[in-house]
Ligand binder design. Sequence first.
Ligand code: GDP
Length: 432
Amino acid sequence: GNIVAIVGRPNVGKSTLYNRLTETRKAIVDDMSGVTRDRHYGLAEWTDKTFTVIDTGGYVANSEDIFEIAIREQVLIAIEEATAIIFMVDVTTGITDLDDDIAGILRRSKKPVFVTANKVDNNMLLAEAAQFYSFGLGEIYSLSSMTGSGTGELLDDVIKTFDETEEIQNELPVYAIVGRPNVGKSSMINALLGKDRNIVTNVAGTTRDSIHIHYKQFGHDFMLVDTAGLRKKTKVRENIEFYSVMRTIGALEEADVIILMLDATEGIESQDINIFHLAEKNRKGLVLVVNKWDLVEKDHKTAKAFEQKINEKIAPFTDVPIIFTSVTEKQRIFKVLEAAQKVYDNRKKKISTSKLNDFLLPIIENTPPPATKGKHIKIKYITQISASTPMFAFFCNLPQYIKDPYKRFLENKLREQFDFTGVPIQLFFRQK
Ligand code: GDP
């Protein structure tokens, strides 16, 4: 997947740009997932391209003495992981030492860099922006967060750098094992492979290929994306998180099924929920793994209670398998693969139009959508849209009057009847 990282020192306006880029999508997500908070990465769209944008500012420590180290490191990580980098500077303050530092790091990288002068609110400031040519990083893009001007020109050029070869390298299912640092991802992969993978931490030689493992054992055949295997040493705690997020986003976009690992001793945290929603938004299959289950003191109710807690946090999309594992005790680790395979199959599932209508039309007849403004809503027929993930079109007279609770009711019926466990499904209502 394509990742665009916004880097720069604090207060230049990174999050304003981030918000603008993710704005159109955000409304949809918030609607789907309840509240979204604490998100510094999200989906953006420009013309026909979708990409992940990451606001690196969200990961910078508050403490004065470490933020410069943190920023420098984040620039390095961004260079490694992102497709393109937006280097944001502030025309009203001019070039600072930290700007120069960052420019130096970026000049040595081979990634496309877009120097973006923010707060260019008038023509006089536009002339000022020329000073940033001294970075030696090429073209200067001028933005004004106030008027919103300049974003289009920037994005037009950013999307030209995108890798078009990402589409289907092979036909094999792709599963990505993701999760916060220390949940047990490496241990899981080693256990599944039945041997210790010799993990080489060679940042310069880091390649995408080295994190793909072709798994062909016990009747399984798929590609495993390992987000744990390569990790950079860092002294800044926030950057461990930042690095993990960058890796996760990259893996997430190319995978069919996301295996999200949680630590049973810590439960589900906001970072996990963010990843969950990003996967859901990207219409990826999902399997939740609660690892280190051996460390939890438990009786016959513990797993149920744990499940319930998770479901409250991830609602409304709770139709997701949850597997309790102990990698160290080798408990249920192959169940994870079985669940992933099931979810993969569910995601590819096609329901015939006759089956759909035979099942749904009587239900709709019995429980029709509530009349709105005195108008009766009639759903005539339903068909699955030909797409890479399950999508259903409901043809009706007044699609705009069908409300979310009724949509959810129909979605639940579809899930009960046809089993879409682990798979986000979409319902569209169209005029016939
Ligand atoms: P990663 O950062 O997600 O790759 O996590 P690691 O695989 O490096 O594991 C972090 C630590 O947790 C290591 O010390 C593992 O031995 C330990 N660990 C992993 N899985 C389990 C488990 O199921 N039970 C217990 N008790 N410890 C585990």
